[in-house]
Design a protein around this ligand. Structure first.
Ligand SMILES: [Zn+2]
Length: 249
C-alpha cells in the first residue's frame, strides 16, 4: 500500500509523488500515486478535491474526487485531454480551503457527539457533512427545542476551551476495552481490521474514526444549530453550521 498522509498529518496539503497506476478505461481517468495528501472520503466526510501538477511541462489536472479501492487512494480526474502517465512526477495539491473547512466541521460534529453523550447518554447512529455544515443522528428520545439550545451553548463552551484533538492507532483488543468507543459501534467494524484509528477531543470525546480533524478545538470557531428533526420516536437529527464562515465556501 502507498503512503496515505491524511491519516497521520491532516495539515499536509501538498506532496510530490509518482504515478504508479493509471486506469483510462472509463469516462474519467483514475490515478494512483506512490504518496498522496488526499482524503478518500468516508465516515460522513466527503473526499477532497484539488490538482495534480506536472512540473516537467507545466501541465495540470483537476482531481474532482477520490475514493478508496483495494486499500489504495484513487484520484478521479476531470476528463481533459491526455492524462498523466505511469512514472510521471506530479505535485499533489489539495483544495486546502475546502479541506480545512471540512476538518473544522468534522471536529465540531465530534464535539456535538461528546456533549450529547456526556450530558444525555444519547448514542450516535449516523452523520454527514459538507464544508461548513453537517448533521448527526442520535438515539435521543427526550430531545426538544430547549435542550437543543442548551446543547449548542455547551458545545461552544467546549470548542472555546481549546481542547487538544489527538489521533491514535490502537490494536483492536485495546480499542474494544475502551467503554466509550462502543457507542460509535466499533464492534461493527469488520473482523479483518486489526488496528483501530481513534480521534480524541481530550477530556470530551473519543471515537473510532477515519477522518481528518483540526489539532485543537479553538480552530473550529463556534457552531449554530440550524435545525432538529424527529426521524421516529427515538431517532432525532441535529443540524449545525460553523459560525463565521459561509457553508460551502
Ligand atoms: Zn467522525
Amino acid at each position: 500500500m502507498h503512503l496515505q498522509l491524511c491519516y497521520t498529518d491532516a495539515y499536509a496539503r501538498r506532496v510530490e509523488g509518482e504515478v504508479v497506476a493509471l486506469d483510462i478505461s472509463g469516462e474519467a481517468p483514475l490515478v494512483i500515486l506512490d504518496r498522496t495528501v488526499f482524503y478518500p472520503g468516508g465516515g460522513g466526510q466527503p473526499s477532497d478535491r484539488g490538482l495534480l501538477l506536472r512540473a516537467a511541462d507545466g501541465r495540470q489536472w483537476t482531481v474532482r474526487s477520490a475514493r478508496k479501492a483495494g486499500g489504495e487512494i484513487v484520484h478521479e480526474l476531470e476528463p481533459d485531454g491526455m492524462p498523466p502517465g505511469v512514472g510521471d512526477r506530479l505535485t499533489v495539491d489539495l483544495d486546502w480551503a475546502r479541506r480545512l473547512l471540512l476538518m473544522r466541521t468534522h471536529t465540531a460534529l465530534h464535539a456535538l457527539c461528546g456533549v450529547v453523550w456526556r450530558d444525555h447518554g444519547a448514542l450516535v447512529t449516523g452523520g454527514n457533512m459538507e464544508p461548513g455544515s453537517g448533521r448527526m443522528d442520535f438515539e435521543f428520545e427526550r430531545m426538544s427545542g430547549d435542550l437543543v439550545g442548551e446543547i449548542e451553548a455547551k458545545v461552544n463552551v467546549e470548542l472555546a476551551a481549546g481542547r487538544e484533538v489527538r489521533v491514535d492507532v490502537l490494536p483492536r483488543e485495546e480499542a474494544f476495552a475502551i467503554p466509550d468507543l462502543i457507542r460509535t459501534k466499533v464492534n461493527l467494524l469488520p473482523a479483518g481490521i486489526d488496528e483501530i484509528r481513534t480521534i480524541e477531543i481530550v477530556g470530551l470525546d473519543l471515537q473510532a474514526d477515519g477522518g481528518t480533524h483540526v489539532a485543537n478545538t479553538s480552530e473550529v470557531g463556534g457552531i449554530r444549530v440550524t435545525g432538529y428533526e424527529s426521524k421516529g420516536r427515538i431517532n432525532k437529527r441535529i443540524r449545525i453550521e460553523l459560525t463565521g464562515v459561509l457553508a460551502g465556501a
